[in-house]
Design a protein around this ligand. Structure first.
Ligand SMILES: [Fe+2]
Length: 88
């Protein structure tokens, strides 16, 4: 499970870094606010990993985190920027 957390963390950081560089290059003015959402998400993953290492029980929190990322962040918030970038 720790290996899975590490893979999620590595992949997420790489994805967010790429996305933030893209927003910077495209001069998207909400970039800093979006980067704060990324940072909050990364911090939540690290917290879940720490919690798991201490007590091993976190299934509900993992599903909530994945829901927030997949459905709220990627499918809603990232799409706003996709639309702005493709309009340029
Ligand atoms: Fe994003």
């Amino acid at each position: 499970m720790i290996e899975a957390f590490n893979k999620i963390i590595d992949h997420t950081i790489a994805h967010f870094t790429y996305e933030e560089e893209l927003l910077e290059k495209q001069s998207i003015r909400e970039k800093d606010i979006h980067a704060e959402a990324h940072e909050k998400f990364i911090n939540n993953i690290f917290k879940l990993k720490d919690d798991f290492e201490q007590d091993g029980s976190l299934i509900d929190e993992v599903f909530t985190l994945l829901h927030d990322w997949l459905f709220v962040h990627i499918l809603h918030e990232d799409r706003i920027f996709t639309a702005k970038i493709t309009q340029k």
